[in-house]
Write a protein that binds this ligand. Structure first.
Ligand SMILES: Nc1ncnc2c1ncn2[C@@H]1O[C@H](C[S@+](CC[C@H]([NH3+])C(=O)[O-])CC(=O)[O-])[C@@H](O)[C@H]1O
Ligand SMILES: O=C(O)C(=O)Cc1ccccc1
Length: 249
């Protein structure tokens, strides 16, 4: 029996038992069940970032424009923006390529009332047209895209954002300075242990992510955003190796 069979509180126990071979991490049905617990216990500042995305939507989303949540998972950023947006004629387009995530995301969105329309779409964000956007969110999604495709994706997003519009991009980063990287990774692992993950869970999750999540440095992110044509680029939040940038066109 798998631990999740008796897991009624939706606690993330995915890596709690030793696995002979740790499989690559995937956003599948098993992850969907525990995702809110997994992400809040694993990403320092996650709730602050979601709240701030809501606050930024209040400032940046303009009437008769589109808003994109790319790699929406269960729609946390979409829900925060739907609360924040205070004009009527907008639509939020929430996109994810995991069918399990999209199915559950639709349930979440429909469970809450809101005046802004939301379309939840199952697609690769690399194939989605971005147009007439006043706000785009990439909250911990770019890190799962092939490195050689990242500039093209950011260029496409920049081209689809109206002047004065905003991209919020949050990522796990590395520094390329091995001393700093080791300390920040250790501090992140301390954070996970403080949130109840065992040594085994931390180690197995790290192995599972090795081939699927590839981090860039802060400088690479800033350079990519600038090259794409954003006029104002800055980090607004950082905790250990987790960072969030705003880029305004
Ligand atoms: N090419 C792709 N196309 C579409 N979706 C993708 C792609 N690659 C990965 N994803 C999706 O991006 C999401 C990344 S999680 C985002 C959290 C959310 N933003 C949140 O604010 O709660 C981050 C994390 O768990 O670390 C997953 O749902 C993937 O299926
Ligand atoms: O758990 C980790 O170590 C992370 O880097 C964050 C994370 C959170 C949820 C899914 C994938 C990665």
């Amino acid at each position: 029996m798998h631990p999740s069979d008796t897991n009624v509180s939706n606690t993330d126990l995915i890596y709690s038992n030793p696995q002979a071979q740790v499989k690559d991490f995937a956003f599948d049905a098993q992850v969907v069940e525990v995702f809110p617990d997994m992400i809040t216990r694993s990403v320092p500042g996650y709730n602050t970032i979601i709240d701030t995305i809501g606050r930024l939507s209040q400032r940046f989303v303009k009437p008769n424009t589109l808003v994109y949540d790319l790699g929406c998972s269960l729609g946390a950023a979409t829900l925060a923006m739907r609360k924040g947006i205070n004009n009527q004629q907008c639509k939020i387009i929430a996109v994810d390529n995991s069918s399990a995530m999209v199915e559950r995301c639709k349930m979440h969105i429909n469970a809450f009332k809101g005046k802004t329309d939301v379309d939840v779409i199952e697609a690769n964000i690399q194939d989605v047209t971005i147009e007439n956007a006043s706000m785009v969110v990439l909250n911990f999604t770019l890190q799962f895209i092939d490195k050689q495709d990242r500039q093209a994706l950011i260029n496409k997003i920049a081209q689809g954002i109206n002047p004065g519009g905003i991209l919020v991009i949050s990522e796990k980063v590395s520094y390329g300075d091995t001393v700093i990287d080791e300390h920040l990774i250790d501090l992140h692992h301390d954070f996970k242990r403080a949130n109840g993950y065992s040594e085994l869970e931390v180690a197995q999750k790290r192995t599972a992510l090795e081939n699927v999540m590839r981090t860039d440095s802060v400088e690479q992110h800033i350079q990519r955003l600038t090259e794409a044509g954003f006029s104002h680029v800055s980090p607004w939040f950082q905790c250990f190796n987790f960072i969030s940038f705003i880029a305004i066109k």
